[in-house]
Write a protein that binds this ligand. Sequence first.
Ligand code: AHR
Length: 662
Amino acid sequence: MKSKSVRILLAMFLLWFSTLESKSQSDNVFTVKVNEIKATIQPTMWGIFFEDINLGADGGVYAELIKNRSFEFANPLMGWSEQKKDGGNGNLLVLNRNKTNESNPRYIHATVNSAKGAYGLTNEGFRGIGIKANKKYNFSILARQYKNSNLSINIELTSAKGEKIGSATILPKGELWEKYAVSFIATTTDPKAKLKIWLQGKGAVDMDMISLFPTDTWKQRPGGMRNDLVQLLADLKPGFLRFPGGCIVEGRELATRYQWKKTIGNINDRKLIVNRWNTEFRHKPTPDYYQTFGLGFFEYFQIAEDIGAEPLPILNCGMACQFNTAEVATINELDPYIQDALDLIEFANGSAQTKWGNLRTKLGHPAPFNLKLLGVGNEQWGPQYVERYTIFAKAIKTKYPNIKLINSVGPDPDGEKFNFLNDTLRKMKVDILDEHYYRSPNWFLQNTKRYDNYDRNGPKIFAGEYAAQSIATVSADNKNNWQCALSEAAFMTGLERNADVVTMASYAPLFAHAEGWQWTPDLIWFDNLNSYGTPNYYVQKLFSTNRGTYVVPILLNNASVTGQDSCYASASVDKKTNELILKIINTSGLERSREIVIDGDTNLNYTGIQTILKSEKLDDVNSFTEPAKIKPKDQQVKINDNKLSLLLAPYSFNVIRVKMKR
Ligand code: AHR
């Protein structure tokens, strides 16, 4: 009797154990249906958002090393200081020729009273001047020398310790303004160098546009962009480049909105304005932050072309930032704003016979830039946006029916503002809605299914600005830590799975100067000499360089992998290379083993590559001292009989590429 019940108990246990085992087995199997095409992934899918925030342009990617080179900051001598040595003496006067030079009215008039010693001024650069040993630097200046003066302008680059690390001399000749240029090679590397301008002799000179550039700019363009920073962008192989923002498009008030026509042509004529981030955050005031527009719209189109990205300009729609003044242009004064949009399209695409196409040709680019996308307004909301957008859209679509327009749905991914615009604009059958989410890592994990039920026939979605916030939106303590990056990766599998609806996505903001930032987290951090990609950067890079042509299902028990057992996944096929690409994220602190069954391809028996991005701790970050702490590493994986056994490390993002036989 006793042994019978033991046998029954044993049988029951075996039955329970086998059910458990088969359940856990099926919970460990992901099936990829390589023949079921779910959506085409647009070449634009993974792109870049650029905004001049955090010294992104001036003091950042725009390689000018002199701050306030034209003395046009509100305080004309900000960044400059007077200097004397060996008994030299003189004085400086800020002069204004507003009537004859409206875009660059101020210049410096320097009088040197004694031929003894030297007198002049020093520029501190943007938190110092970053100089590299054995590299060549181009110095230039607009100058004129007064009658009976015999002044030489001696340029001296000095290290933070005050040693001379480069020098050159200029002898301004006549009484007419002229540009003088000279190059020299620096002897020492220093992130905090200074530029000294010594006037020697006696008399008076006028000086303006005092400039210093490295010669090793991106594509060696004189007066160009910082090579390391553009290279980091190029390495992303981005689908598009959004420019110039961001709130900077809107301005704190309409007068300081971004106006593209003021950013092209001769650099001396690009009138600077105060950067809206100069005063935005009390915790991070940046009084020396201005926009010189050295990175203007022509340079922007050029960079987009260089790095193979579709240009995506966002223009002001007659509304200033609604978080600031919330000024709006009256409807009967909207024309110049609309004309700017029409002219920009002509500047990008028009032939040399058109006014603006002709200007592009003269600037050195006869071929069109092939603009297809245009954003109308940044983070606008309310009926006043709909009213203005409607007028814009009519004018643009009438003249350029093929341009796809991008619409704001406000600053949040939900709530009243979002719902109003989302409903209204969908009814208007607009092209593309620009959704923004600066949310917690948890929000990103919980929203991987956000687009699963979006209307497949409605407007396309541009996930135009997003970043997981480790503490809270606009908190100065936010970090680009691994938890944020991992949650973004998980979320991005949801974007990819829904590539029929989501056609573009970009992390924001892009750049931050370690000593001049206002907003964190940011994709790429830099100082005056170095730069590094955050873990978030590598997440973006793994998605954009492993884009695939179309989405195929990767399923767990017939459902998408959206957090079951802390795993998230998407799959695509790259038609060009005939490869299957899997992206699998394990957000748990435990290793997971998964079997991948490749359904639909035959005789898969070879080796694939598993690229792993991982870190042991969720608060790990990259830094200047450990820029590659979190960086992708490759290993081989074996496929046997269409099956792939994968080990997913704790807290890891895995990209697997396998050649298909078909
Ligand atoms: O990315 C920083 C800011 O966040 C952008 O300028 C704005 O569009 C958003 O509010």
